[in-house]
Ligand binder design. Sequence first.
Ligand code: 26W
Length: 827
Amino acid sequence: MSNTLEPKSLTDSHAHDPILEPLPKELRRHLHFTLDSEDADRNAYYRACAIAVRDRLHRDWRQTRGRASEGDVRRVHYLSLEFLLGRSLNNAIQNIGIDENLRNALHGVGLDLEEVADVEHDAGLGNGGLGRLAACFLDSCANLALPVTGYGIRYEFGMFHQRIEGGHQVEAPDRWLRNGNPWEIERTEDTKTIRFYGHTERYQDESGRPKIRWVATHDVLAVPFDMPIPGYKNGIVNTLRLWKSTTTDDFDLDEFNAGSYPESVAKKNDAEQISMVLYPNDSSENGKELRLKQQYFLVSASLQDVLNKWVQKHGKDFKDFGGKNCFQLNDTHPACAIPELMRLLMDEHGLEWDESWEIVTRCMAYTNHTLLPEALERWSVQLFSRLLPRILEIIYEINERFLAMVTTQFPDDPGLRDRVSLVEGGHHPHIRMAYLSIVGSFSVNGVAQLHTDLLRSGLFADFCKIWPTKFNNKTNGVTQRRWLSHCNPDLRELLNESIGVQWQRDFSLISDLAPLVDDASFRERWDAVKLTNKRRLSKYVLENTGVEFDTNAIFDVQVKRIHEYKRQLLNVLHVIHLYDRIMKGDTADMTPRCVLIGGKAAPGYFMAKLIIKLINEVAQVVNSDPRSKGLLQMVFFPNYRVSSMEVICPGTELSEQISTAGKEASGTGNMKFMMNGALTIGTLDGANIEIREKAGAENFFLFGLSAAEVEETKKNYCPNAIIGEDPEIARVMELLEGGLFNSTEPGIFHHLISGLRNPHDQWLTIADFRSFIDTQRQVEQTYQDREAWTRMSILNSANSGWFSSDRTIQQYADEIWHVKSLNQDEK
Ligand code: 26W
């Protein structure tokens, strides 16, 4: 197999299985036979295309599976409650190099590839950053030919659909499977049984050894659906295995015989609920039983899957299991994998505690994604003991042994024991899932340098003292194949022409762009690409909001989940300030600006929903005032999702990354914008710090308090004094409090306003407001110097190589997983 890009991207030969016909013929065949479709519209064509493309992945998919298991190599299992894949068609055809072929085939029947691809419903099986990171990671693992399988849940309903009514968020179910999912293959033969409830009992096995069994359980079945994850023109197709829950076939015979046949069959419902819906909360745990069921369901099914395959090959010899397998836990959501692997090894496969623990702690690795205390998972002991009695027993034993070790090794720190206990005591004791994850894993990583430093010195300081070498950093990244090559075709072509095509596989090569900043004709082409993308975005905004953005203005964008710490409110305050300048006629040196804010609020998060309402009301007032014309526009973009980011990020010029320092673990949207040539206005938070280091401080608009200053400021914070001393800020508060944006609904923003003025406001919005206004002024001035802006834009792109998830995954592979490329020999 060769690794060159060009020939494969021009022909379909690579993806061409001898039993397949050329694409146009395959499309006709699928329309006619597979789909029996009467009307050859774009919906039918989308499905025919997807099936035809899946067929073209088939041979490599089988081969990849075969190579990984024959080679007996160390393998990784990425366990995640979320995979935010978005659409698959474009990604697949680009990766196997048949995009031009498919475009031509569709052209032949009078259809546009974009139009057809637009039919695909996003697979929204995630909330935000953590879920999208998992999807980028799978893409990079396949690109690097690493033997990595994703394991998740096949939610019937993904992230809810967001509508805006009267300025408010309204949630609707996301029925993404309505028209079927051509990418998945159901594998009933790999179905697993998952146990819940019941109790444990002691017994002696055949050789008289004391054992424990979990009995009188309510069982459900886990049925796997596999999705192909194609690598980039390298013959690799990895697997994402998603579990669907269903009922066991055995009916309750008592009920059945008592004539309750329908009741007995209706139990199917209970079982199917487990994989019914994704929990839409990010960054606050809610303690619901169904959620714990989901977590255990995923973990138990996936571990049984891996263990079954192991036993098929190696019998009951587990001595090498820890050396040949690694489980990466995507946050604490799959943390039950630790006690569950103990249970399976001891109760099902007859191993002793010590040998089981040795295996578990050799193969579990944990990634933390948040510093917010309210997002740290804790499960009530009461719930645990009812739902998963055997798992709780094992957690207790892990804890006892761990605390005994702590007591012996740190005799001079008597408080340590209580601080690090996996069980938080009190009236209603809870299990601390992050602590369980640390104790059971050989590696614990943060997702940006600052985040890892703060974990080490704060949240996990005690554990860092116990195991200093367990903690490590893996700064996040995103895949340049979706987030540049696919979503920004004009920039892709410009890059291919200027620096060659290899950057799609090896993004460090993007640095070859840097010398081109001095080339005036290149800068002109760079600007032309941005303008095309701004036009495309403007059209998209018009279709979705009814507002038409003026492409002469700077496109200023903040898209991410709505959360107080992300400070969309600070962004709105700034828009109110600009509007105030317009009303005052202070517009002589004003740069026209179009502000776009988008994102979903957790349905139960009152403040986040109120922020959405405020954004909509401010937008309404600003956009309908004729004085704003040519100077300021603002929209709330509804139902922000992966496929909208694919249009938004290429057209963005200013990326808003304005969280309170010390709160955003990393951020990944910031990286997508950077690659596409946006400049960042941001705080020293998460990966912004590294973005600024790589881009150069002169190419980044920094404002606000640092994480250390945030902590200092909190000790003596007086927002009212700041407001009182700064007339521009006072004026913004006056407009907000005077009801300009809620004239028909008095008082509705009361909670937002009192939050801003509260000395205990955790997010320090007012503290950073002056610095934000001033830095935004600098942005405006820089934008007016077109050449300077373009140079900065090119340099941001040129220096974004570090933020490829290929780099991140190579670090996971080398430093945590110790796995090698399946294509190693060919390099
Ligand atoms: C238990 C409820 C819950 C659900 C999701 C708590 C916490 C989460 C996630 C940790 C939230 C999340 O998506 N975190 C984001 O992870 C990204 C990928 O590492 C980071 O870039 C973001 O900064 C972080 O907020």
